[in-house]
Design a protein around this ligand. Structure first.
Ligand code: HEC
Length: 106
C-alpha cells in the first residue's frame, strides 16, 4: 500500500514539476522579459551596453547586486522591473545574466 502511494506521489511530482520549473526558471524569465532587447546577450537599443562580460565589466555590472539593482530600477531606455518581477525573480535573472556572460552566451 505504502509503495503504491509513493509511486502515485512521485508520478504527481514528475508530472507537475516541469511545468512549474518552466514558469519560474531564470532562463524562461529572461526569454520573456529581457530577450526582446537582449537576445543572445546583445542590446538592440544601445549597442555598447550588451550583457557580454566585457561590457558588463566596463559599465560596472559585475555583481549580482549591481545587476539586480539595474533591473529593479531601470536605466535610460530600459524600464524598471520592480512592479513586474519579485525580488527573488530579479535576483535569479541577475544571476542568470552573470552566468551566461561568464560562458560568453554560448
Ligand atoms: C526595452 C528594451 C530592454 C529590455 C526589455 C531590457 N533591457 Fe536591459 N538594457 C536596455 C538598455 C537600453 C540598456 C542600456 C541602459 C543605459 O545604460 O543607458 C540596458 C542595459 C542593461 C544592462 C547593463 C548592460 C551594460 O553593459 O551596461 C543589463 C545587465 C541589463 N540591461 C539586463 C536586463 C535584464 C536582465 C532584462 C530583463 C529583466 C532587461 N535588461 C530588459 C534595454 C532593455
Amino acid at each position: 500500500m505504502l509503495k503504491i502511494i509513493a509511486i502515485a506521489l512521485s508520478a504527481i511530482f514528475l508530472f507537475t514539476s516541469p511545468a512549474w520549473a518552466a514558469e519560474s526558471s531564470p532562463s524562461k524569465l529572461f526569454e520573456l522579459q529581457c530577450a526582446g532587447c537582449h537576445a543572445n546577450g546583445g542590446n538592440i537599443v544601445r549597442r555598447g551596453k550588451t550583457l557580454k562580460l566585457k561590457a558588463l565589466e566596463k559599465n560596472g555590472y559585475t555583481t549580482i547586486d549591481a545587476i539586480a539593482n539595474l533591473i529593479t530600477n531601470g536605466k535610460g531606455n530600459m524600464s524598471a522591473y520592480k512592479e513586474r518581477l519579485s525580488e527573488t525573480e530579479i535576483q535569479s535573472v541577475a544571476q542568470y545574466v552573470l552566468d551566461r556572460a561568464n560562458q560568453d552566451w554560448k
